[in-house]
Ligand binder design. Structure first.
Ligand code: PLP
Length: 335
């Protein structure tokens, strides 16, 4: 079975398992886990932020960020197809008590500075104030689009000008950085906080990081405890996370394989595929996606339904060049 559903399906390799086994640990709720502390320092260094915090999932990292940046009754502004809005169970309403205002970022999900200015609401006797702007890069539901540091900076600056903090959902930030040939820090410098996942393209079994200024991360740490994300001997998770950081550069291989997959699938009758920007391939299907996926499954290929006529395929650490060829052949035979 070739599993293209998500880049989260990877299994930790021997190096990660050994790192977990051998990790020095302590109680991280007391701040005493040396491996967690090392990971947090490493990620803060990579992103060039003052601090970073290990959280169990990307969702929790985003939700802690929204909660930390806002007061109850304010507004979160984000892109219409953003993960925070679409795929996190109305978390901002539930955990932070905020209302969400969406902006349509078009086909690539890029929010312009003028859109940010138009969405901004000044608090008054009648209106909730804007509490935070959330951006996403790569933009998952828009097909893994890799937004440039300049475009992120432009939108973020428009928010900062009116005193609004900016959170970057960078679940796949390293994919964006590799696609643009820049460092992840080139994005982080423009935003207040950034979340990135260790458990997606980098291949760690568990874990995401929330990074930003010391004062914000200190408050985020309290919210992590509140949300039930205070973990004890979490060095067991941090150690494979540290090992996963060395998988950043190889993301280019996933992007190359995604290109090849897209080109191959586009040649199959009944499927249309735009060239991908990173490791996510969105396939438009003539027939209902659900029925198409059943055929693929019988042929040994798993992918995710993303819409009535849309399928998402992800390349990742556990997908080889041979797998790409085999997947294209299987899909062609299934159609
Ligand atoms: C996967 C993802 C998340 C959530 O990460 P989990 O670890 O699955 O909770 C958040 N944002 C984006 C853009 C994602 O793709």
């Amino acid at each position: 079975m070739i599993d293209l559903r998500s880049d989260t399906v990877t299994r930790p390799d021997d190096r990660m398992r050994e790192a977990a086994r051998d990790a020095a640990v302590g109680d991280d709720v007391y701040g005493e886990d040396p491996t967690v502390n090392e990971l947090q320092e490493r990620v803060a260094d990579v992103l060039d932020t003052e601090a970073a915090l290990l959280v169990p999932s990307g969702t929790m990292g985003n939700q802690i960020a929204v909660r930390t940046h806002t007061e109850r009754g304010e507004e979160l502004v984000c892109e219409r197809e953003s993960h925070i809005y679409r795929w996190e169970l109305a978390g901002p309403a539930q955990h932070a008590g905020v209302q969400t205002r969406t902006i349509d970022g078009g086909e690539r999900g890029v929010i312009s500075p003028s859109q940010v200015r138009r969405a901004y609401v000044e608090a008054s006797d009648h209106r909730p104030g804007t509490g935070v702007l959330a951006l996403e890069n790569t933009h998952n539901s828009r097909g893994g689009t890799a937004i440039s540091p300049e475009a992120i900076a432009a939108a973020a600056d428009a928010a900062h000008e009116v005193g609004v903090p900016v959170h970057l959902d960078g679940a796949r930030l390293f994919n964006a950085a590799v696609a643009h040939g820049v460092s992840a820090a080139d994005y982080a410098e423009h935003v207040t906080t950034v979340m990135c996942c260790l458990s997606k393209g980098l291949g760690a079994p568990v874990g995401s990081m929330l990074a930003g200024p010391d004062s914000v991360i200190e408050e985020a740490r309290r919210h992590r405890k509140l949300f039930g994300g205070g973990m004890r001997q979490a060095g067991i998770l941090a150690a494979p996370g540290l090992a996963a950081l060395s998988n950043r550069e190889r993301l280019a291989e996933d992007h190359r394989r995604a290109d090849r997959l897209a080109a191959g699938l586009d040649r199959v009758d009944g499927l249309a595929v735009e060239p991908p920007e990173t490791n996510i391939v969105l396939v438009t299907t003539d027939r209902p996606a659900e029925a198409v996926l059943e055929g693929w499954l019988d042929a040994g290929v798993r992918a995710s339904q993303f819409g009535e006529h849309t399928i998402r395929c992800c390349t990742h650490l556990d997908v080889t060049d041979d797998d790409i060829g085999a997947a294209i052949d299987a899909v062609r035979n299934a159609s």
